[in-house]
Design a binder for this molecule. Structure first.
Ligand SMILES: O=C[C@H](O)COP(=O)(O)O
Length: 327
């Protein structure tokens, strides 16, 4: 445990201080929680090389590769997305493997499908319509980015409305973005309060909070943004939109997972983790899976707590599985 504060103390610090049903930001407790964490770049790099080494040992393990598919939020976030493209994405997410690979996996193949599809708000209805045409359409979640994705540079009112409309259209998971201007200015209360309001706007939908780590400049900011987002009620924290210059990396993921672990130790609340953006190969995805197992433990290796946001990873996993079939 990084901090010497018990779960009961955390509940005292953060839990009851709500006003009108809204969690209030306790800056003293936040500072106390986040001021003690330090991440040395060289040490973090060495630790991450360990995850990459571990990943290489899993490359020929068919069940490990198949389980990667269950963590994927199969994504299309393009200006030229159409209903037809989204329908194809839904079909692929539900039945990702061809007959040969399925045969090699045996009965285990039946449980192999993506965790969710992830689309822009205007395309949520296309996902809903296509899922209705599938017998097992309820097996995958419907994720939508919202809240001024990817920049977040919009008034809070419009970001909240966008979330509500996406949920109304059928989204069961909402991927929001934090206010990077507030984060870079050290205004963690604004980061927290906006995320809290967005969580309320999500209603029954799960909320994944994107930190856009490539724009947060320091590990310290990433750790603080993780804490502010979790204190505000995020179900998941997510690295990137896929639209920043630098997206998901192992070092930023390590910092975020350490924050998730510390938060769990203080509160007993398990927050999920979603690396996203630029993850294209089986080996890269396995390294994130190893990071999760080693920092957070095997109980996080479930689509309920671990997702990988990716538009082109699935094809590489299929190729890896096919090559194992030939071997
Ligand atoms: O949230 C998911 C990301 O936007 C996907 O990024 P990608 O296209 O680089 O895989």
């Amino acid at each position: 445990m990084v901090f010497g504060i018990t779960a009961a103390a955390w509940i005292f610090s953060f839990g009851p201080q709500s006003s009108g049903g809204r969690r209030q930001f306790d800056s003293i407790a936040f500072d106390r929680q986040t001021s003690k964490a330090h991440f040395d770049d060289k040490i973090v790099k060495d630790i991450c090389e360990g995850f990459q080494k571990h990943a290489k040992t899993l490359l020929d393990k068919r069940p490990e590769l198949a389980s990667l598919i269950t963590y994927i939020d199969l994504t299309t976030l393009a200006g030229d997305d159409t209903p037809l493209r989204v329908h194809g994405l839904v079909d692929k997410a539900l039945e990702p493997l061809d007959a040969t690979i399925r045969g090699q996996l045996g009965t285990a193949a039946d449980a192999v499908h993506c965790g969710a599809v992830c689309v822009y708000p205007a395309r949520v209805a296309d996902v809903v319509n296509r899922l209705k045409q599938h017998r097992q359409g309820n097996r995958i979640a419907i994720a939508s980015v919202a809240a001024g994705f990817p920049s977040g540079q919009y008034r809070l009112e419009s970001r909240l409305l966008e979330i509500q409309l996406a949920v109304q259209d059928g989204a069961t998971e909402i991927d929001i973005v934090i206010n990077r201007a507030a984060a870079l200015g050290g205004d963690w209360k604004t980061v927290h309060d906006e995320v809290r309001d967005m969580k309320i706007a999500c209603g029954p939908a799960h909320m994944k909070t994107i930190l856009a780590t490539g724009e947060l400049q320091t590990n310290d900011n990433i750790y603080k943004a993780s804490w502010a987002s979790m204190m505000a009620g995020s179900d998941f924290i997510k690295t990137s939109t896929g639209k920043e210059t630098v997206n998901a990396t192992l070092p930023v993921s390590y910092v975020m997972c350490r924050a998730i672990k510390d938060f769990y130790e203080q509160t007993g609340v398990r927050v999920g983790f979603k690396p996203a953006g630029g993850i294209r190969t089986t080996e890269e995805a396995l390294a994130f899976r190893c990071l999760i197992e080693e920092v957070l433990g095997k109980e996080w290796l479930t689509p309920k707590l671990f997702r990988i946001g990716a538009s082109s990873l699935l094809g590489d996993i299929e190729t890896s599985l096919r090559n194992l079939t030939k071997a």
